[in-house]
Design a protein. Sequence first.
Length: 473
Amino acid sequence: MTPDPKIIDRDELLKLEKDEIIELLLAIIHEQAKKIAELEARLNQNSRNSSLPPSSDRFVKTKSLRKPGEKKSGAQPGHKGKGFKLMRVPDIIVEHRPVQCTDCLHADTCISQRATSEPRYEVDIEIRPLITEHKMFRVKCAQTNELLTGSFPIGINSTIQYGVNLKALAVSLNTIGTVSIKRTHDILSGVFDVPISTGTIVTMVKNCAKAVSKTVNDIKNILIKEPVVHFDETGTRVNEKTYWAHVASTESLTYISVEENRGKMGMNSGGVLPLYRGTAIHDCYSSYFTFKEIEHGLCGAHLLRELVDMGENWGQKWAQKVIDLVLEMNTMKKELMEQKKNKAPKSLLKKYYDKYDEIVKEAQTQNPSPEKVQNQRGRPKKGKIRALIDRLEKYKTNWTLFFTNFNVPFTNNQAERDFRTVKVKMNTAKFFQTKEGANEYAKITSYTSTAQKRGMSPHVALVDALSNNPFTV
């Protein structure tokens, strides 16, 4: 048996025969070539062929996987534009008359009878604190001699306090704007000249999270009953420890929770997946498959990135065939839906499945499973290429569920978009000071994201919540 090249020393090398030395050198070369290929593949990874965000790309020219179509780029005929439009009737109207009319006695007559005007609009904001004094009167009635007392509006509890719009702005900056507490303080005190402490801002965020709790809990309960829900998870930092933000979402609902674990324990703690019985769209993370009572649809975008990596960095030509196949299936699905079809014909499904199986067999032939080496413990490592091939074979119906169930989307981009704000928050604030603070951020983000999906202004939704009137779902 050939010695292990990792542990052989000079004395052992001198004892070997010529053929054994050659075999050993070939083994070393093979091992080094494998490591070099892995390192080169890692260096060549970007947002197109891995889960790295686009912000990590450096001098990489992006290239779309889509095939050129017949339609021109840009808006299509009939598309209703959403340009800069006037939101309402102007608050202020300023007239600009000819200079010659300035001191003329007939100017008003000319303007009213013969003038035409060309309007131009300037949309601006007014940045200044607004101080409202509330006076409560006690009056002795002249008719009944009774002492009558007025009452302050609901929410006016202190001698001096912050208004609901200021509170909502502070919460918006810290959550929607992903600005840290310290910078939120700097903006409010520097721009608005409002005396406010960081502790007060923390209290505002805490009170807002409490105010939206019922709505967020209702969002979670409704998601449990939805037929198709997107799921994903991403790492975050709490007191310099790794925690996980879990998201469950649809086009109209967002629910985010921060848990100590990424896998099944964290998913159970999130509260949606344990009770869910519909179709879950996610990446191929194994913990999702431990939930046996749901249907699993896998993200096509994740698959395409892995396949691009296989072709660009590992020289796997079969990968492009899979890319072409799934993109063709997705295009065909869109065409069938335009024809008001709700499912694909069986003959077409068989055609695509046969082609899928053919490509997987080709990949397996080119990349056979590794054989177990004598005296080796455990299973031999599959390697990145074979692991993907085996997943393609095992989860064929899950990768292609978008084609057999037209209610299932091709990608899990919905979930990725819905917790992108968490990653931005980590880039600006680095970490949450406490788990309680992370939970508050997750609740408020769930609330404002859902509000925005329903056509509401997130800031107005926060004003309503802080006025004890959060929206209902």
